[in-house]
Write a protein that binds this ligand. Sequence first.
Ligand SMILES: Cc1cc2nc3c(=O)[nH]c(=O)nc-3n(C[C@H](O)[C@H](O)[C@H](O)COP(=O)(O)OP(=O)(O)OC[C@H]3O[C@@H](n4cnc5c(N)ncnc54)[C@H](O)[C@@H]3O)c2cc1C
Length: 294
Amino acid sequence: MSTAWNRYYAPDTVTAALDILQRYDGRARVIGGGTDLLVETRRGLRRPIEAIVDATRISGLDSITEEGDYIIIGCGVTHTTIVSDPRIVRYGQCLSESCGVIGGPQVRNTGTLAGNVAHALPAGDGTIGLMALGGDVEVTGRDGARWMPAKDTFKGPGRSVIDRHHEILTRLRFKRQSDNEGSAFHRVMRPQGLCLPIISMATRLRMNGNTIVAAGISMGPVGPVPWFAEPAAEALVGQPASTETFNEATRIALEHVSLRTSKYRATEEYRESMIRTWLPNILANAVQRAGVPT
Ligand SMILES: Cc1cc2nc3c(=O)[nH]c(=O)nc-3n(C[C@H](O)[C@H](O)[C@H](O)COP(=O)(O)OP(=O)(O)OC[C@H]3O[C@@H](n4cnc5c(N)ncnc54)[C@H](O)[C@@H]3O)c2cc1C
């Protein structure tokens, strides 16, 4: 097999990683687990890379930590670690659930949430879970580090505002769910083996008694980028948790999505019916997890 890159670097610090990227000036690429990048490069879907810079060996960025109200996930953290981390299960359940459906065990043991977000595919499962939580990403370049909402990093399928030749997605974060909050994720897919998702969706709700006081909804693939379903989430706020409320939010979401028939996924009609069925379902699930009986 021909090598898809000439040099492999595993720097221990962000500064060292940025120095290498600068030296190669566009001919090097940041890599996480390589489960997207190397597969695509070996298939000839992208040009061979002169050098790859492994972000998973940077010291301090391979763990999950808590800072103030935030749970912080380093760019070297794999999906397997996220799925089993008790803080993520407790305070960001939809993220744990979304990372848990990615690939099989080998892919989850290697692939990172940072790579899932930086890859910017419309159906990135971990990305959809993080977005529903209102998650942010930290992007570090020569000029320093900046936090930005994960939902604002996408420019198109596979296109990110993160310059993956010169910048590193160093950390991801979300605010801990409180006791009156719940979140849920669901992916519709064919049951056989590893395959493309038909539709994935996630939500986070904050309750005051039976009233929804804050909401986030995300889904994909429903367009060129993972979608933060703001109009549908806004329709929930101030409303009682009820079937009527969930159905109305779903109706609004469907007004905004652009579903296509795909021979690999499903027909447009089937995908629409799956949103109609499952979005109310995960909303009810999140309400229940917030401790409100539905
Ligand atoms: C068999 C198989 C099944 C899969 N199933 C699923 C699935 O069910 N759901 C799903 O969402 N995905 C799936 N994937 C895709 C992939 O595994 C995930 O998207 C994974 O999260 C990618 O992470 P990674 O660390 O391997 O990224 P990499 O392949 O290392 O990188 C992906 C992209 O992100 C960039 N990048 C990576 N890390 C950083 C960083 N720290 N800073 C800046 N840029 C960075 C790279 O340059 C590249 O452009 C599957 C892949 C395979 C091979």
